[in-house]
Design a protein around this ligand. Structure first.
Ligand code: AP5
Length: 211
């Protein structure tokens, strides 16, 4: 049975607030190193949502022969893996989580094509995105965080050359989808520059008004 997350109020422009089937679906958005993964984990735990991290899904496949090698090539170059691969992977993960109270998408969608295909797939399942949390912070802080993590993460894309490319990809391909969601009036900006608990506090304040 699907657990219920009753909404206290609707998000302007989205009716009824982002879900049928009593699911609440949101996107955590922001540049590399913004804290998407960190905050998504906390939110997912608090509201029992499925944390869908596209980067983590891809990294799980790194040991998988040809596919893993292909993913690694894109990740090491700081480029997006092809939509054909990413979209299929995400749709499979969504299907697995349909009995949960909702999804938090972390690192997905990453371009306009992914955003549109996500909408189509969610609509087919009588679902929609209720909210986009946009973590706002400057590049220097984000780079500092990734470089620090790189000392222990084992992620081959946590190095300065790849980070520069990841930022370029973000600017070119990912930023434009904010407009796509802004026209639906479902984007909330969060100051991502602060300490982890302070960022969490801002997010919780937004979510507690909605859920
Ligand atoms: P992905 O894994 O999504 O990487 P990313 O977007 O570059 O994000 P990061 O994981 O670096 O940062 P984050 O915002 O999650 O921050 P985190 O919480 O980890 O993607 C990697 C690659 O996979 C892409 O380049 C692409 O090749 C491919 N890919 C992924 N999705 C794809 C898609 N949809 N389509 C096509 N290709 C795709 O925090 C970072 C660090 O900072 C951590 O050490 C954390 O502890 C620390 N930290 C967090 N918050 C704070 C804070 N407030 N203060 C201080 N430190 C903090």
């Amino acid at each position: 049975m699907v657990e219920q997350l009753p909404l206290k109020q609707t998000v302007a422009g989205s009716s009824p607030a982002g879900r049928t089937k009593n699911m609440f679906n949101l996107i955590i958005f922001g540049p590399p190193g913004a804290g998407k993964g960190t905050q998504a984990e906390i939110i997912a735990q608090e509201f029992n949502l499925v944390h869908l991290s596209s980067g983590a899904l891809l990294r799980q496949e790194l040991d998988n022969g040809e596919l893993g090698a292909e993913i690694k090539r894109y990740q090491d170059a700081g480029e997006l893996v092809p939509d054909s691969l990413m979209v299929t992977m995400i749709e499979k993960a969504i299907i697995k989580g349909l009995n949960k109270p909702g999804f938090i998408f972390d690192g997905y969608p990453r371009n306009l094509n992914q955003a549109k295909s996500l909408d189509e797939f969610l609509n087919k399942n009588s679902l929609e995105i209720a909210l986009v949390l946009n973590l706002d912070l400057n590049k220097d802080e984000a780079v500092k965080r990734i470089m620090l993590r790189g000392q222990t993460s084992g992620r081959s894309d946590d190095n300065i050359t790849t980070i520069e490319n990841r930022f370029e990809t973000y600017q070119k391909e990912t930023i434009p989808i904010l407009d796509y969601y802004q026209t639906r009036n479902i984007v909330t900006n969060i100051n991502g520059q602060l300490l982890i608990p302070e960022v969490t506090e801002q997010i919780m304040a937004v979510l507690k008004k909605l859920i």
